[in-house]
Design a protein around this ligand. Sequence first.
Ligand code: NI
Length: 261
Amino acid sequence: MEFSNITKSGDGLIFDSHAHYDDERFDGILDELLPKIHKMGVDKIVNCGCDKKTVIKSLAIADKFPFVYSAVGIHPCNIDSDTTIDQIKEFAKHKKCVAIGEIGLDYYWEPQKKEAQKELFIKQILLAKELSLPIIVHDREAHGDTLSILKQYNPKGVLHSFSGSVEMAEEILNLGMYIGIGGVITFNNAKRLPDVVKMLPLDRLLLETDAPYLTPVPYRGKTNHSEMIYLTAQKIAEIKGKNLNEILEISHNNSSKLFNL
Ligand code: NI
């Protein structure tokens, strides 16, 4: 596989708060890719497992590379997997586990099984609270239910790849949570996301890739990786009237604080 080399336009360090290097697209190339992007300024990565199989893979990657950490959880799309909350609790004891995630609600894909998704989400929020860990939340086409559960249980964490309205962002901020922004902000059809970034206080911004997905412009169609965060940060810097390094530094500080690193 070919990876795009980003021309580095800043010297700030990157903290990628959300990636999936356990994805099979990265099989066999991590030994080359991860040290290379680490050298290019990718300082830390939180890799998210989404069921037993990907959590085991994610923790193994974190074991191998000192700058990679892991979140462990059952993704709402894996509602039918045989992964149990007890297994997640065991995985969460790993020394490189920094969060419960990714967890949440996904009403985009059929069948939706909304009640079962909500129950699984709540159980994992309670587990995170019991273990004093933050959560990483996935919300696709489920803004209302996601918000009402977060309001009810008030966990600490991040709403990843935020796709809600400005009003929803305000409610998330009122709960003390962070908002994750990735490559979508560089898309022409980003719709209301630029307005969310405009109002978002910088001390609540986390940068993320969701690699291998959501590759920023102009590399759409290629496999995403953490160094591409420069492009996302550049776009945010333009919207906020800041420079690239300020955006990288503030989001690095925010991620370090949330994940206790
Ligand atoms: Ni993800």
